[in-house]
Design a protein around this ligand. Sequence first.
Ligand SMILES: CC(C)(COP(=O)(O)OP(=O)(O)OC[C@H]1O[C@@H](n2cnc3c(N)ncnc32)[C@H](O)[C@@H]1OP(=O)(O)O)[C@@H](O)C(=O)NCCC(=O)NCCS
Length: 177
Amino acid sequence: MRTITSERLILRPWDADDADFLLDVEGRWDVVRYLGADPTTMTSHDEAVASIERRRTTSAHPIHGIWVITDRTGARLGNLLLKPIPLSTGEEPSDPAEVEIGWHLHPDAWGRGYATEAAAAVSAAAFARGQGRIIAVTHPDNHASQAVCRRIGMRHRGTTTRYLDMSSELFELASER
Ligand SMILES: CC(C)(COP(=O)(O)OP(=O)(O)OC[C@H]1O[C@@H](n2cnc3c(N)ncnc32)[C@H](O)[C@@H]1OP(=O)(O)O)[C@@H](O)C(=O)NCCC(=O)NCCS
């Protein structure tokens, strides 16, 4: 994965130095409450270090990635991911595998359009490298995230239980090629 830049942002790989920030984001109920079937907050620095280590070992892919979002001064704002989505138990994988985009920002960075700008930059970079389709799934009550989906041009495809062993609103963005 490469560093991606946009007008106000830099998206770069996670580094060991980012552990305190990751814990400050993922340790908040306001951030994790809509994530997955059984949301839990991160509780320790060690957990953050291990999570960053896992991110770094999967960081060689040309299109997928998990990026730290920073502003142009390097101040950390949040997390942006593009990766194959886990399917619910018993669901058959498609070929190619479905790729999800996701965003978690520090609450201090909400309300400034940063998630939208970062997601637009990552999806444009993925489409430029041959990705055909990107999906996002959101908890039905997560209206802030659904608004990001719509701002980057995603289409709402209804409610689904195909992913993450939960009921989600499905959004889709297809390459214009
Ligand atoms: C989902 C989440 C990233 C949305 O953050 P956000 O800041 O609302 O999203 P955006 O980056 O699109 O910003 C839009 C807001 O910035 C405002 N804004 C300010 N300047 C802006 C600009 N230049 N461009 C666009 N929007 C701008 C918009 O008016 C909007 O605010 P509003 O909702 O009060 O109208 C955030 O709520 C979050 O991290 N939640 C926790 C994690 C989570 O649930 N992730 C999703 C899992 S599916």
